[in-house]
Design a binder for this molecule. Structure first.
Ligand SMILES: C[S@@+](CC[C@H](N)C(=O)[O-])C[C@H]1O[C@@H](n2cnc3c(N)ncnc32)[C@H](O)[C@@H]1O
Length: 229
């Protein structure tokens, strides 16, 4: 990302790098167990099944998954038969692992930083997934939501953006959640100390005509569609 853009976003390149440097092949081999097997239930108070339902309800046949991680949800959900699936991530380890796991859907890969404008050479999609990415991105919510502004030109008019993010404010974390929030924010893997439900909700409503958002434990789950009036 160029320096002017970084300055405008209030985020530096180091912070962007720290947010995804943890995703080495070894860490990715543990990710599903640690995050979707244990932390969702024991720390974040949002059962993984609820996130799988979000995918089941919102996936389309022309789907872009932004911040793919290990490809857990697209692998797990009994979704539609993809006609076009694109996996987008800043981290090549994530793209490689997820592409192998999801090979049956013949996905395309796109290495990109969500905090920078996307090159407009992709055909538009009917659905875009953005799960557990916003809490990683540096900056205030208004700055993180630049990622949504960068995804919007890739969405058809009635396309759905859906996903989830772990909040750092206005929640009632248990001991495990407090410990993980402290650890991950200290390491720069999470940058969600100031993330609250209201700023996410307001930011989505400013960008979309129809927004559904709910909180489950420490997690905000959202679905947004259409043009804001
Ligand atoms: C916590 S993981 C979530 C993975 C997956 N969505 C899930 O829920 O299991 C965050 C993902 O976002 C990616 N990511 C982090 N910062 C990014 C950025 N600036 N641009 C694009 N992807 C980013 C990471 O590489 C990683 O794949």
């Amino acid at each position: 990302m160029d320096d002017r853009l970084m300055a405008a976003l209030g985020a530096d390149g180091d912070a962007v790098a720290r947010a995804h440097a943890i995703y080495t092949p070894t860490m990715l081999s543990l990710y599903d167990l640690v995050v979707h097997g244990l932390s969702n239930h024991l720390a974040w108070g949002c059962p993984t099944r609820r996130l799988v339902e979000l995918y089941r309800d919102n996936l389309s046949t022309h789907h872009l998954e932004a911040g793919i991680g290990t490809g857990f949800f697209l692998d797990r959900v009994q979704g539609p038969k993809f006609e076009r699936l694109v996996l987008l991530d800043i981290n090549q380890n994530c793209l490689d692992r997820a592409a192998r796991r999801l090979a049956r859907f013949a996905p395309a890969q796109r290495k990109a930083n969500l905090l920078a404008p996307m090159s407009p050479d992709l055909e538009r999609f009917d659905s875009v997934g953005l799960t557990y990415v916003l809490h990683c991105l540096p900056g205030r919510m208004s700055e993180k939501l630049a990622s949504v502004d960068h995804l919007k030109p890739l969405m058809k008019q009635q396309a759905v953006l859906f996903g989830a993010t772990i909040l750092g404010r206005g929640i009632a974390p248990n001991g495990a959640a407090r410990m993980l929030l402290d650890l991950y924010n200290r390491k720069g893997v999470f940058n969600n100390r100031e993330d609250d439900f209201e700023s996410l909700s307001e930011g989505l409503r400013r960008r979309f005509g129809k927004v559904e958002i709910e909180r489950q434990g420490c997690v905000a789950l959202f679905r947004a569609q259409g043009t804001a009036v």
